[in-house]
Design a protein around this ligand. Structure first.
Ligand SMILES: C[S@@+](CC[C@H](N)C(=O)[O-])C[C@H]1O[C@@H](n2cnc3c(N)ncnc32)[C@H](O)[C@@H]1O
Length: 193
């Protein structure tokens, strides 16, 4: 019988209020779907996603992309050892990918679900959306759609999708039906309803 993994994300510092979309993506994923999180920091959101995916027991491929060198905001420190310690109990259930977001998009091939939470400028997010859209995800989403705080995020999302996206809390998401996808979009919509 599958031994469920206990969540530890609550003990990890970070910015995570989008558990609902990770739950929905995992619920809607067919076996072997490829899920991606871009922007992990110390693993708060990553730990949640990987635990949900592992507990679903559907052989989901979870890729976690970050540079783990922080940013000016995070004092240019190497955060990867701390991230790996926070994720130690989840080894084997995810692939840490230490590459710039747009390079990782080129390296990963087709994906099914992508969540963007890396750099929040208009220029950086536009580049991320362009690069990850080319991996044909059925759902692409991201954090910090906050008109008063992250205008660049809002501008980049509008520029990319026009009115064809939704916002819940501070998370934006766009559903992009694909010819072949390992995400059941109806199930995704039901799960977030
Ligand atoms: C806001 S934090 C992510 C927070 C995380 N989701 C959480 O739950 O706490 C943004 C992260 O994106 C990473 N990042 C920024 N620009 C990046 C890039 N171009 N490629 C990959 N990672 C990047 C940073 O290193 C940082 O760890």
């Amino acid at each position: 019988m599958l031994q469920l993994i206990t969540h530890n994300y609550q003990t990890i510092p970070g910015w995570f209020d989008f558990d609902w979309i990770y739950q929905a993506a995992v619920a809607a994923a067919y076996p072997n779907a490829k899920l991606v999180e871009v922007g992990a920091f110390l693993g708060r959101s990553s730990s949640y996603l990987v635990t949900e995916a592992a507990n679903a027991d559907k052989d989901l491929e979870v890729n976690i992309v970050d540079l783990w060198w922080g940013s000016s905001e995070h004092h240019f420190k190497n955060y990867m050892p701390e991230f790996m310690r926070n994720m130690a109990h989840l080894r084997g259930h995810f692939n840490p990918i230490r590459l710039p977001s747009t390079v990782a998009a080129g390296a990963l091939g087709n994906t099914d679900f992508v969540f963007l939470d890396a750099e929040h400028t208009r220029k950086a997010l536009s580049a991320d959306i362009r690069a990850w859209r080319n991996t044909y995800p059925a759902i692409i989403a991201g954090h910090d759609y906050k008109p008063n705080q992250f205008t660049g995020v809002c501008e980049a999302v509008h520029e990319a999708f026009g009115d064809n996206f939704s916002v819940r809390g501070s998370t934006w998401y766009a559903v992009l039906p694909q010819h072949k996808s390992y995400i059941n979009i109806r199930k995704f919509r039901d799960a977030i309803a």
